[in-house]
Write a protein that binds this ligand. Structure first.
Ligand SMILES: Nc1ncnc2c1ncn2[C@@H]1O[C@H](COP(=O)(O)OP(=O)(O)OP(=O)(O)O)[C@@H](O)[C@H]1O
Ligand SMILES: Nc1ncnc2c1ncn2[C@@H]1O[C@H](COP(=O)(O)OP(=O)(O)OP(=O)(O)O)[C@@H](O)[C@H]1O
Ligand SMILES: [Mg+2]
Ligand SMILES: [Mg+2]
Lengths: 260, 260
């Protein structure tokens, strides 16, 4: 049964893209069939998987804009790693928010585009931009689960509140199957008081404590290096802490399912 | 002559808010009259200056939405630090993008709201969300200068290209007075290869090298702690590296002006 997981947080730079790219790689290494869908106009996940967008190549933008003539199979591309496929993004996606604003069913364009192939994968992981606008709503309207990376910093912790409101609004009005699978603490720096402080807050906050996953993703420069060489860290340096932590997160998700 | 400086970068988590809050504090400490304008619906700059939004308090959202009945003086609030004022933001600002979409002159709502008081300050610093949409365009339509914080990581470096396109589009079509004052390398971690690598790229890239400021903002946990206690780092721990670096950036901006 295909698991469709949105990775979302309105706060910028909390590790959404790194989480999508590395979970995708970890599941793929476990023999799962994985599709990564990049819904950020900055197309970092596309880059992170080493895919170059060539001129004329259809991307997720075409899929949601021209959802009659372009189908999922037109946009899916393989990556260098067998079993790990990608729906790439493109800078033009930024225009979609405005272009779709008056269209009926504008929140369901992504779902309509991907429904036909969803069953072909074990995992579909969706990267989102740092906003709660139409692109993110399209992802939440299609996904079954939400995984929330939360940097152990005060602003990221503060962003959870608004994100939960948005998730519940989508669940109520558009997608009753949506659930929050978990919050994963990211960019945890054990040398800093702030990181310990915010991790404590997450553990003591009754809204979040049951959702907080056991795996904590630590700051590890190998992760930033892997982004620089356009590879998931688990393929770039499989004995690094970054690799260990994302493997542990993948295992935790494989064995535990939605709590809400 | 008032300097109106937008701090912008579509990439998330590169230190836009921290830069606005700490430059504001540094200029204020130099005896300048400073106004910080928070244009991010996540209102991190508002928080970062220790301002709580009380129910019914008008914010920048009201200023751009109701630009006839609400004026700049209705929304400006003092902070704990004399000479440092704030136009606070609010989560409702997220709705403005959609609400203003069909309005004529929708890119100039912020400028219309603030023009009357601009002359009362030496510096007006504007925080922006991680996107290039209508809120950021409103900021770029009003500002005279853009300061671009760039985390020394590959995705942030990659974001500069699209950002420059947006800035030049606004300059050409809406605001001919707009110029890029500089790019400041942020979150620089001298222990990591990636940081050195990206700083080198910035220095060697002919599009960016002349704009790159001398000051480099280093990773310093005191900056994250200061966000946690809702104070600028230069007031929280004035002998920290974070404080030293932001003071150096403020001095560099005081003595050097637009290059484009
Ligand atoms: N655990 C980590 N250790 C070190 N660097 C990391 C880690 N996680 C992410 N990074 C780096 O931090 C930066 C931000 O991460 P990333 O781009 O994944 O965040 P994001 O939430 O997707 O950002 P955006 O909101 O802009 O889409 C990237 O340069 C990434 O390589
Ligand atoms: N030099 C630094 N050293 C340590 N921590 C930092 C530094 N600069 C920023 N931070 C922390 O990193 C996080 C991201 O910074 P900040 O929120 O200012 O970025 P931003 O670009 O405004 O993000 P967004 O795109 O979400 O608005 C914050 O928690 C902040 O406290
Ligand atoms: Mg991202
Ligand atoms: Mg910010």
């Amino acid at each position: 049964k295909t698991r469709i997981i949105a990775v979302a947080n309105e706060k910028g730079g909390v590790g959404k893209t790194v989480t999508v790219v590395n979970l995708g790689a970890a599941f793929c290494r476990e023999g799962k069939a994985v599709l990564v869908v990049d819904m950020d106009p900055q197309f970092n996940a596309t880059r992170g998987l080493g895919v170059d967008i060539e001129a004329g190549m259809p991307t997720v933008y075409d899929l949601i804009k021209e959802n009659e003539s372009i189908t999922a199979t037109d946009v899916i591309v393989p990556t260098k790693w067998k079993g790990l496929d990608l729906v790439p993004s493109h800078v033009d996606l930024a225009g979609a928010e405005v272009e779709l604003i008056d269209e009926a069913g504008r929140e369901n364009r992504l779902k309509e585009g991907l429904e036909s192939i969803s069953g072909e994968y074990d995992f579909i992981l969706l990267d989102t931009p740092p906003s709660l606008s139409l692109l993110t709503v399209n992802v939440l309207a299609y996904a079954k689960e939400v995984l929330i990376p939360c940097q152990t910093h005060p602003y990221a912790y503060a962003a959870l509140d608004g994100l939960f409101d948005t998730i519940f609004a989508v669940k109520e009005n558009i997608n009753p199957d949506l659930s929050i699978t978990g919050i994963v603490a990211t960019l945890f720096d054990s040398r800093t008081r702030v990181s310990h402080n915010i991790l404590e807050k997450l553990k003591n906050d009754e809204r979040y404590t049951d959702l907080l996953l056991d795996t904590v993703i630590r700051v590890n420069t190998t992760i930033a290096e892997s982004a620089d060489v356009s590879k998931p860290v688990i393929f770039y340096r499989k004995s690094s802490y970054g690799s260990t932590d994302y493997t542990s997160l993948a295992n935790e998700l494989l064995t535990h399912r939605n709590k809400i």
